[in-house]
Unconditional design. Structure first.
Lengths: 364, 364
């Protein structure tokens, strides 16, 4: 799907929401709709086909906007793009513009309103939520191909990291090797600060790689992702150094079973809450659910955390083309933790794992 | 200055602003006030000494909050920290809480208000701007020492990168070498995506390192920073490969003169606008100001972009302990660009450059 088709989708949603135009300031949404990747940008997307979409940015990005942005008129303004875009919208006789209240600060909205003639302010900006971000939940063909490539790179990095996972190496050294290899392979950056959590630190669900040294015996959890062509990967594997205790084996097997149950539940029409329950109920039967302290997964794409959320109470149904993570974990404070995570594409009939690195027990 | 002293500063500012408490959700502010570095956090800081400050986070961070947070009661809640903090504030009989409208989305404020009993909602949350972030502009002794270390690491990285700056190497390879060395030296991450912009790409003020290859003749601009112990560095140098043209030399000398004039202007009591003008006027005399398309500098600390801004019209006065960048540039579209940037500490009497790597002409 081209940017043009994406804009048509957004315009249809805007018309349905009863606004004249969208003023889009969330950068991944701007990129998705016109290809521009600069750090100061606002896109005005009018519903009427008589008005062209306008991308506003500043003088630092004149050349970049020209080369990247497709199908939009580029306006360079020496001020915050959201403010210049608001002025442009008012001058173009737009009268009701949708904005994403989840990605607009209270102060920014005030500034956007202050940029309007006084008589227009009331009701000019209408909160329409994450309308564009929600469209991004379902990936098109080009996006799926990029996400496949990002996920595959993640797997290659995991499959070749074992030489670095040795007692005495620091967590930071392991993450550095991973990240160096990622960059050499073409990743522009990591999609989030890599987690390398070893020994008792594996009980920290968000244990960023530290100066801690890998133990002779114990778990090492690696949770990392790359950004390739703009798209994020995300995967977690937990391996064991030295001989494991029976409790460690039992917890690992339970998390693996929960993760497989989560993956098996993924199909069009199931709710995020039901996928979460599929994984969580396995840990409940193993009397470990108390230690599964986060949700089962989230969408991923241009952003590392997108919708839909796979968590208790989420009624949003999965659709073909969505890419979500399935990542249950069990964390025993002061002892150890295990998490296993895959990226999964929702297909017409079920799910396809994009991160096929083995999830079987690995003892190094 | 300890976190306790910082909290006293913030409490005094809150009392002056006429609120009972601050509800702080901007993560660098939370970290500055209590040491906690997790990604979901809200700090309630009551003015009354009868109530203890409360840090709210979720179950992923139980152990981390216990080990990092100092002088605060930790509350673990299975929901967004800002919402749980709002509930806690209402239950603690607080009646008017300041929040930072520049770092709170319209949707988040609505959720925070919805967490209150209906009769309390009106006027409970009062916008008080970036009150805590503004306190952070002036660094204390411990912070200055950390910023010195981060800046010094940045200089060491620049001083040892020349072997990688050769015709035919890709910009991405140069940035990777820089970033690898940074991590080996202890940086946790880069403070922003490194800019390595070569040849005509040096005319892009924000030219992130790309697959473009360094030319036999032309400029290479390196703009990068590390994060060390939480604090960011930021510096830019522009070097020349091969023999330069007279125009290239002339532009370089003008930018250098502008940068030195900017640094020389820094002292307590001068406004951000006047520092900008000191640098800009040099380029005006050289008839190059038209191509200086951004502001002269910004504060830096726990965040890469903090206040004060050094830009036209900024009346904010510099104070001892502030750390700012001085980074004029000239960008001739399609031809080349030059930027030179230092981090500068405002002292009692003037300025101290924290990034003393040579700014003299370098031809490789």
């Amino acid at each position: 799907m081209s940017e043009t088709a994406r804009r048509q989708q957004a315009i249809a949603a805007a018309a349905k929401a009863g606004v004249d135009a969208l003023v889009i300031t969330h950068l991944p949404d701007v990129r998705w709709l016109c290809g521009f990747t600069g750090s100061n940008a606002a896109l005005v997307l009018p519903v009427s086909s008589r008005l062209r979409p306008v991308l506003v940015t500043d003088g630092r990005y004149t050349a970049q906007a020209k080369s990247e942005a497709r199908g939009v008129k580029v306006v360079i303004a020496p001020k915050a793009a959201a403010i210049a875009a608001s002025e442009w919208a008012a001058k173009s006789r737009l009268r009701r513009c949708g904005f994403d209240e989840g990605n607009t600060t209270v102060a920014a909205l005030k500034q956007m309103q202050a940029a309007l003639p006084g008589k227009l302010r009331r009701g000019f900006f209408a909160p329409i939520g994450s309308l564009v971000s929600t469209l991004r939940w379902v990936k098109d063909k080009q996006e799926i191909s990029r996400m496949r490539a990002a996920a595959a790179l993640g797997c290659r990095l995991f499959d070749t990291i074992f030489d670095h996972i040795v007692p005495g190496a620091s967590e930071a050294e392991v993450s550095l090797a991973l990240e160096y290899n990622a960059r050499v392979a073409g990743a522009t950056e990591m999609s989030f600060p890599s987690i390398v959590a070893s020994g008792p630190r594996s009980a920290l669900p968000h244990g960023r790689a530290s100066s801690a040294r890998l133990p002779r015996r114990g778990f090492v959890t690696l949770d990392f992702g790359v950004v390739l062509d703009g798209y994020c990967s995300d995967m977690t594997r937990t391996v064991h150094l030295g001989r494991a205790s029976a409790e460690e084996r039992r917890v690992y097997e339970a998390v693996l079973e929960a993760q497989e149950a989560g993956v098996a539940a993924v199909r069009p029409g199931i709710s995020g809450g039901d996928v979460d329950e599929a994984a969580r109920s396995v840990l409940r039967r193993a009397r470990l659910d108390k230690w599964f302290t986060h949700s089962t997964g989230h969408g991923v794409g241009l952003e590392i955390h997108e919708g839909p959320r796979l968590a208790a109470g989420q009624t949003q149904k999965l659709e073909p083309g969505m890419v979500v993570t399935i990542e249950p974990g069990v964390y025993l404070p002061g002892k150890f933790g295990v998490r296993i995570e895959d990226m999964v594409l929702v297909t017409q009939t079920g799910a396809e794992i994009l991160t096929p690195s083995t999830r079987a027990w690995i003892e190094l």
